[in-house]
Design a protein around this ligand. Structure first.
Ligand SMILES: Cc1ncc(COP(=O)(O)O)c(C=O)c1O
Length: 422
């Protein structure tokens, strides 16, 4: 069980509309940062800033140590086989694009025979799901368009769970990549990763996991999951913006062609051609967001010190209060499993009959309750649910039962506020 952690998060002490205390329920979009993260970045900037892996002086050495130490912390959080399996990116979106663009470059012949295992072309298929965030859909649409491959998808049922019976037919011998979310940012439903991986392995397809909503909230062991790549962002796991990570099997990362080119990533350069370092350096061209990496490393350490099992248990408890409370409010529909579902994270997303999602958000904001409104970058999933937008409450380690109750009380007042007939 987690202690009350609100004092660790300075922003949560501020007041919002008309002096109200803040009930922050928008952690699914971006999380708040604890002192431990803010202090680590501040100390780095004040005392250790220098050019990573470039200088011969003490500061360059200290900066390199901090940067690589942070990589080690993130590697431990997800149980990577080694820190070299963690590539810094600017966010999860960039991590997913790194894989898709690398496959695109391999398909165009870059990387030669060594990268031929990534080649995709006409007659091949790439499989996603109907539950994807646009960040794990559009890069694959683009790859299909670029290579002539076909994009296919696994549908979800009325509660947002993948229709696993489709795995056997949608994923077949033509499939080269299966890209799917670990946890939906709309319903909070956690995917059956083992089922996806088993089917992908049967046909020899690569698996790419969007772990953006799982790594910050539940124990994630990339080796045990058996996927080939996983992407996540610093800012959703109590770290700063501007930093994210791609985890990949070292043997794959070492032969995946890079798609951002420049200094730092190279082994040799002549005027005619370039050879690249092994991973992760081959993907980290140019000066990296070092302060942010230090912050993400500190966030990983903070989460590990809390214990991810306890983090998951805490957030599920909050979500249970919200999910059960929501089901008692007339005219409010929960998107996803109702009540205390075993496979759902600390996310509860609702559609309110007769009220636009932005209006719902504004009523809640006036009460000091911060939520996300709109389509949450998941338009296909909203279409599946027959709505254009929704209102999402999402928890993190600092979310309290009182935050959940304030959300429910605000939500219960919305339809009356707008004079929607009962
Ligand atoms: C499931 C999921 N995937 C990917 C992303 C993209 O993350 P970022 O904007 O940090 O790149 C998000 C962000 O909302 C998400 O929830």
């Amino acid at each position: 069980m987690l202690p009350d952690l609100r004092d660790d998060f300075p922003l949560l002490a501020r007041s919002v509309r008309n002096g109200k205390s803040l009930a922050y329920l928008d952690s699914g979009a971006t999380a708040q940062r604890p002192h431990a993260v803010l202090n680590a970045m501040d100390e780095f900037d004040r005392l250790h800033n220098g050019a990573v892996a470039r200088g011969a002086h003490l500061l360059a050495e200290e900066a390199t140590e901090a940067f690589e130490g942070a990589r080690g912390s993130v590697a431990r959080l997800v149980n990577a086989a080694s820190p070299e399996e963690i590539v810094w990116t600017s966010n999860a979106t960039a991590a997913l694009n790194l894989v898709a663009n690398g496959i695109g470059n391999a398909s165009a012949g870059q990387g030669g025979a060594a990268s031929s295992l990534f080649r995709v072309g006409p007659g091949d298929s790439i499989v996603v799901t109907q539950a994807e965030h646009h960040a794990n859909l559009i890069p694959w649409q683009q790859l299909a368009a670029r290579t002539g491959a076909t994009l296919r998808w696994i549908e979800v049922d009325d509660l947002g769970r993948h229709r696993l019976e489709q795995l056997g037919s949608v994923i077949d011998e033509t499939t080269k990549v299966v890209a799917f979310t670990h946890a939906s940012n709309v319903t909070g439903v956690v995917s059956d990763v083992a089922a996806f991986v088993a089917r992908a392995r049967e046909v020899g397809a690569l698996t790419v996991l969007d772990a953006c909503q799982s790594v910050p909230h539940i124990p994630v062991d990339v080796q045990a999951l058996g996927v080939d790549f996983a992407a996540f962002s610093g800012h959703k796991m109590l770290g700063p913006t501007g930093i994210g990570a791609l985890w990949g099997r070292k043997s794959l990362l070492d032969v995946l062609p890079p798609s951002v080119f420049g200094g730092g990533a190279i082994m040799t350069v002549t005027l005619e051609e370039t050879t690249w370092h092994p991973a992760p350096t081959r993907f980290e061209a140019g000066t990296q967001p070092v302060t942010q990496a230090v912050g993400m490393g500190a966030a990983a350490e903070y989460l590990m010190a809390l214990g991810m099992e306890d983090v998951a248990e805490h957030e599920r408890r909050i979500a249970r209060i919200i999910r059960e409370g929501v089901s008692e409010i007339p005219g409010v529909r929960l998107l996803g499993p109702v009540g205390d579902a075993h496979d759902v994270l600390g996310i509860a997303t609702v559609a309110v009959d007769g009220v636009h999602t932005h209006d719902v958000g504004q009523v809640l904001d006036d009460l000091g309750v911060a939520v996300r409104v709109g389509h949450h970058c998941a338009q296909p999933l909203h279409k599946r649910f027959g709505v254009t937008g929704s209102t999402r409450a999402s928890a993190h380690v600092y979310t309290t039962e009182e935050d959940a109750e304030r959300f429910l009380a605000g939500l219960a007042s919305v339809r009356e506020f707008f004079g929607v007939p009962a």
